[in-house]
Design a protein around this ligand. Structure first.
Ligand code: CTP
Ligand code: CA
Length: 225
């Protein structure tokens, strides 16, 4: 029994994960999005299930298979993701927000296809809701909340600032300009920061290995509370 709990430290835990990009429509054929492939979030979902957690994955549009045993909820826009996460967060022990949520969306969504015209096009954008900030506000006692921050400059400084502003327990920062890191590939280079000041710089690893190590760091921090 002792052996089992060592290998599966997340037995009995419900882990809610978001993954992938969001798409923000401007008309029925066009949308704005980002380079997220969803691979990091899906790796976390797969490894969390493997470590014994019950896993809910709220996913933006990606072309990846649902990991075995994972409950997947598909969403398209930041607004959809906001609703899905708020609906699901109550029962979660751990919330990990790996999704690359659009910060802006077209102010107007046209119901007919826009036709091209002479000259340049100007569109107005408005802010989307910050899902993680809202999760941080509504968090209940005992919930462990983890954000992600992909940066091109000063990842640790920006990460710490986001962890405080969004009231997170931990944040995973990566420097997407580093070799082997970022959105598209199968590897990543990240640093795990927690609110007690711990800083763990992981080496270059596959996204599955990053996910595994991250979940073990989270399991350790969960026990320490
Ligand atoms: N996030 C979110 N909802 C948003 C934007 C971001 O939940 N509308 C979450 C992301 O899923 C991630 C964390 O917030 O876990 C940090 O995202 P990031 O884009 O790095 O931070 P922002 O606060 O959006 O700041 P900026 O993009 O200006 O760096
Ligand atoms: Ca952002």
């Amino acid at each position: 029994e002792e052996q089992e709990s060592k290998e599966q430290p997340l037995v009995g835990k419900h882990v809610l994960i978001t993954a992938g990009p969001t798409q923000e429509s401007v008309d029925p054929v066009r949308f704005f999005t980002n380079h997220s492939s969803g691979k990091m979030g899906y790796a976390i979902a797969r490894q969390a299930a493997d470590l014994g957690a019950s896993v809910t994955l709220v996913s933006g549009p990606v072309s990846l298979d649902t990991p075995p045993g994972v409950k997947r909820i598909d969403v398209v826009s930041a607004e959809d993701m906001y609703e899905a996460v708020l609906n699901e967060m109550e029962s979660a022990d751990v919330i990990i927000k790996a999704a690359a949520v659009a910060d802006y969306r077209p102010k107007e969504t046209y119901s007919s296809k826009m036709k091209k015209q002479e000259g340049p096009l100007t569109l107005q954008f408005e802010r989307t809701k910050d899902i993680l900030k809202e999760v941080g506000k509504r968090r209940r006692e005992g919930q462990f909340i983890v954000g992600f921050a992909a940066e091109t400059d000063e990842p640790v400084r920006y990460g710490q600032e986001k962890m405080e502003r969004k009231r997170l327990d931990a944040i995973v920062v990566n420097d997407i300009s580093a070799e082997g890191a970022g959105f598209k590939g199968d590897t990543n280079v990240v640093t795990y920061l927690n609110r007690n000041g711990k800083q763990e710089a992981y080496p270059l690893l596959t996204k599955d290995d990053v996910a595994r190590r991250l979940l073990l760091s989270i399991a350790t921090d969960l026990k320490g509370e």
